[in-house]
Design a protein. Sequence first.
Length: 260
Amino acid sequence: MYRFLLSWRWAAIALLAALLIPTMVELGFWQFHRHQARVARNELITQSLTAAPVAFDTVSKPGYAVPKDLTWRTMSATGQYDTAHEFVVRGRTEPEGSSIGYFVVTPLRLADGAGSVLVNRGWVESGEDATTYPAVPAPPAGQVTVTGRLRAEETPGSGIKVRGKLPDRQFQLISSTQQAELTGLPVLGGYLELASSAPGQGDSPVVLSEPDHSSIGPHMAYAVQWWLFAALVPVGLVVLARREAHEDAPAEPAPEPVAV
């Protein structure tokens, strides 16, 4: 009855199933590992954001590359804003919105003389046109203590497109290396994404919100789906084989009429 399983057609079906099952299992593990990475990232962000602030210059120095395990770490810095070297970063989206504008980055000259820290003070709308410097609220005068999140240098390799020459004081990257080369001043590696300031900023740019560290995404559900698909392949083969066997079975002869 199942002699058809030895046909070339069923050999091809079996080969396809043999390829599909391990592929689906591997795709399931790929999604599972993405789930694990997302959970680990969320835990790291939570620990970093809830940790007591540490002084920026005890961690960073000029040329310092921020490691992944310190990204989002709560940092503080005390000094005076250097508005003469303030700049904006183009093509940035408003927090929790869709408007495109600028990030305002103002160097903070540290009180201990260790150099400057780039402080992303937040978002402002675009000016009248792409060549006009936007209206930027002034930072607090005098000595301030700022607290925020440590961020790594932005580079063209991080997916940000860098095109041509830009208007004065407009950039496409937040880069301490770039600013140090342009200004000739010592700038500590990485930058601070502002969360709070003492004294307060008053009329300030739109302060950026914390990263979402609660959602784990759909990766675990996708992993389970792929594994279910892999388990259904042999079930489907059995169902298909039984159906074909039933269709190929010879029909039973009809019973002869009984004479009355």
